[in-house]
Design a protein around this ligand. Structure first.
Ligand code: FAD
Length: 322
């Protein structure tokens, strides 16, 4: 009997948030007196899979199928169901991200499991299986008790700090009987993002909104991000207007991030934007309107014009570093 956890990777490199999911699953396993089985699909080096042992995986169930890519959510659901049945699992963990949102509900339906999305805490097993979760796009918390025999938990990335330990994970092959329909999604082309810090892994993020006026001013965001070693992000209208690529858009309909520092320049702070960033440890808001709603969610605020404040901030960071 194991806690099953889905591991995501990019071209064989396991994502930081998946190490966090494995660590989370392993604490649940210890609490419930079981072991942790991490599920990896596709081409990943053995040394990379063994690194999962440092975050609490007792074993890795490896699915080798040349057809699998991260868009094939039906295939991943079948993999998790197969793994859960083989391991007689009572708990299955995925991330609450774009892949987890497509995979976890499918798994829950097939296994007749209860599902907690947006998990922000370990389950309190003294009171049943009570998990604190994000509700109303991060405006509130809910505590849900999952009473079904099998439970699917979707962890919000960057909720827990990673703690590396020394551990080993045995690697086993997992055979899955796929059906053609599992591979219904065809990848037509892939746009590779190179030379940037991935937003989901970034500890520091500099983000811009419509207050930047246009893509010609984005150098102000990029300069500050470069000095800080930060990733860049944006509000949805900015991505919709093609000032910035869509993968940078954060919020209810974009990415959810929880960096140590989120600098929001020229962003009003609409609830849909806050849904993706309100878990940031420190929020700095730069806005010329002192009534901008974002100031209510900020730890530090600068009332001023981004065109003046951003270059001065960049210069100050440069001086501080030299
Ligand atoms: P604006 O609302 O136009 O705000 C611009 C801000 O810049 C203002 O506060 C202004 O005072 C300030 N400003 C202007 N000029 C300057 C200057 N020179 N210096 C300093 N400050 C300046 N939005 C998201 O971001 N993410 C989402 O995922 C998302 N999902 C949505 C889902 C739904 C269903 C809906 C209905 C909306 C969604 N939105 C989302 C849109 C959201 O409601 C807001 O419209 C959007 O976040 C506003 O973007 P903004 O703050 O960049 O622009």
């Amino acid at each position: 009997m194991s806690v099953i956890v889905l591991v995501e990777h990019t071209e064989g490199i396991i994502k930081k948030k998946s190490f966090e999911a494995v660590q989370y699953a392993s604490v649940i396993a210890k609490k419930t007196g079981t072991t942790t089985a991490a599920v990896v699909a596709g081409n990943v080096a053995e040394s990379e899979m063994q690194a999962l042992g440092n975050y609490g995986a007792d074993k890795v169930l490896h699915v080798t199928n040349y057809k699998i890519n991260s868009s094939q959510h039906r295939a991943f659901a079948r993999i998790l169901v197969t793994a859960a049945k083989q391991e007689n699992s009572a708990v299955i963990v995925t991330l609450h991200d774009v892949n987890g949102r497509a995979i976890a509900p499918r798994v829950a339906v097939v296994l007749k499991a209860g599902l907690v999305s947006g998990a922000l805490s370990l389950p309190d097993t003294d009171k049943g299986f009570v998990v604190k979760k994000s509700a109303f796009s991060g405006k509130a918390f809910a505590f849900v008790n999952v009473t079904s025999d099998i439970k699917v938990v979707m962890l919000i990335p960057n909720t827990f700090p990673l703690v590396k330990t020394e551990g080993t994970a045995a690697i086993e092959k997992l055979d899955v009987s796929f059906e053609d329909k599992d591979f219904g999604v065809k990848v037509v082309s892939v746009d590779k993002i190179t030379g940037e810090i991935p937003l989901s892994d970034a500890e520091l993020v500099v983000s811009g909104g419509r207050g930047l006026k246009g893509p010609e001013n984005w150098g102000l965001i990029e300069d500050l991000a470069k000095e800080l070693g930060a990733a860049t992000a944006c509000s949805r209208p900015v991505a919709d207007a093609h000032w910035r690529p869509h993968h940078e858009h954060v919020g209810q309909t974009g990415g959810t991030i929880r960096p140590h520092l989120y600098i929001a320049a020229g962003i009003s702070g609409a609830i849909q934007h806050l849904a993706g960033v309100s878990g940031s440890k420190t929020i700095v808001v730069i806005n010329k309107d002192p009534e901008a709603p974002f100031f209510k969610a900020a730890n530090y605020g600068v009332v001023g014009d981004v065109m003046e404040v951003l270059p001065r901030l960049t210069e100050a960071v440069r001086k501080f570093k030299s």
